[in-house]
Design a protein around this ligand. Sequence first.
Ligand code: GLU
Length: 417
Amino acid sequence: MADSSLNPFLRAQQAFKEAVETLNLEPAVYELLRQPLRFFEVAVPFIRDDGTLQVFTGYRAHHNDALGPTKGGLRFHPDVNADEVKALSMWMTVKCALLGLPYGGGKGGIACDPEQLSELELERLSREYIRSIASVIGPDKDIPAPDVSTNPQIMAWMVDEYSRIRGENTFGMITGKPLVIGGSAGRVEATGRGLLLAVREMARQINIDFTQSRVAIQGFGNVGSVAALAATELGARVVSVSDKEGGIFNPDGLDIKDVLAYKQVHRNVTGYPQSEPIANADVLELPVDILIPAALENVITADNAGRIRARIVGEGANGPTTEEADNILFEKGVMVVPDILANAGGVTVSYFEWVQNQMRFYWTEEEVFRRLEEMMGAAIEAMHDMHEHYGVSLRRAAYLVAVDRIAQAMRVRGWLR
Ligand code: GLU
C-alpha cells in the first residue's frame, strides 16, 4: 500500500504504541501487542457450480488472548488481505477489553466477492473455510462471528460444518447464528442499537439533543440500516444513507422503513424515488449534526476531514478514520465516538450469545438489551474518565482503558518480564 497512513495494520500498531507510552508501561507490553500472537493464511479450495475448482485465500488472526479466547468476525470481501485482518483483530482486542468481555481479539475472512457466488457456492466456500481453520477455532479457543458481507445463514453453515467435524453440536463455536440454532435475541440489531446508545449518550454530554438531530449514514448493511431505523424511531431525521453503489439524500428526512423495502427489491438504495442521488464521498460532507460511517475503513482521511461538517462522528465501521483525520477532527472540535466503543454492541451481544450457549438457557430480547445498555454504559464511563484524566481524544482514552486491562492480564499471567 503506497500511503502508509492508510495501512490499517500500521495504524493499529501506532495506536497501541501511543497507549503503552502514555500509560508508562513496560516496553514488553507493546512488543506483545504489535502483532497477532498467531496468524493463519489458508488456501480454501472449493468447487464452483460449473464443476471447476477455485482456490481462495482465507485468513484468521488471533491477536491476543490474555483476557480469554479470541473473538471477532469473518469478512467476505475482495479487498480482504493479511494486514487488514491483523488490524481488525487488534481492534477487536481493544474492543473486548474496553467492554470488559472475557475475550481477546481475533478476526478472519476470505478474499472473495460474495456477489459473484451463487447461494450453493457460498455454502460450499463457508464450509471449506471452516475445514481449513477447524483446528485453530473453538468455543474456548477462538470464536468467529459475522462481519462485512457475512450473516446468520453463513454462521449456520459454519456451525454445522464444525459440529460435523467434531461429531457433536458445538453451538458456542461461533456467534451471530440464527435464533433457532442457538442465536441470541437482539444480536442482529445489537451493533446498530449499541451505536445509537453510545452516540446519544456522547451527544447528551455536549448538549446536542439526539431526537432533534440530522443524521447522515454511509453504509446501509448490518450496521447502517439498523442504526438508521433506530435513529428515526427516536425522532432524529436521517437525511442521507448510502451503499456501495451510491447514496440518496432528502433534506426533510428519509422514510427508512420504505428505503429498506426499496433495497430489498432493488438490492441498492440508489434510485429511491423520494430523494436526490448523492455520491458516497459527499454523504460524509453533508451539513448534519451526526455522521455515521458504517461501511469500511479509511473513508475519513487527511483529504476530507477538513470538510466534515458534522459535530459528532459515530464510527459504525471499524477503522473509518485515519490518524491524521482524527487529529484534524479533534482540532476542529468534532467529537469522534470511536469504533472500538461505538460498534462494540455487536461483540457484546455475541458474548451474551456464547454465554447462553454454554448455559443452554436463553434470554428475552428485553434482558439482552438491558445488559447491553449496562455494559456499554460502564465502558463509556471508563473511557470518559480516561479522557478527562489525560485530556486526550475519546479514541486514545478508550485505548488507555483497554491496554491497561490487557497489560494487567499479561502481567499476572507472567508474560511480562
Ligand atoms: N464483526 C463485529 C465487530 O467487528 C462483531 C464481532 C463479534 O461479534 O464477535 O465487532
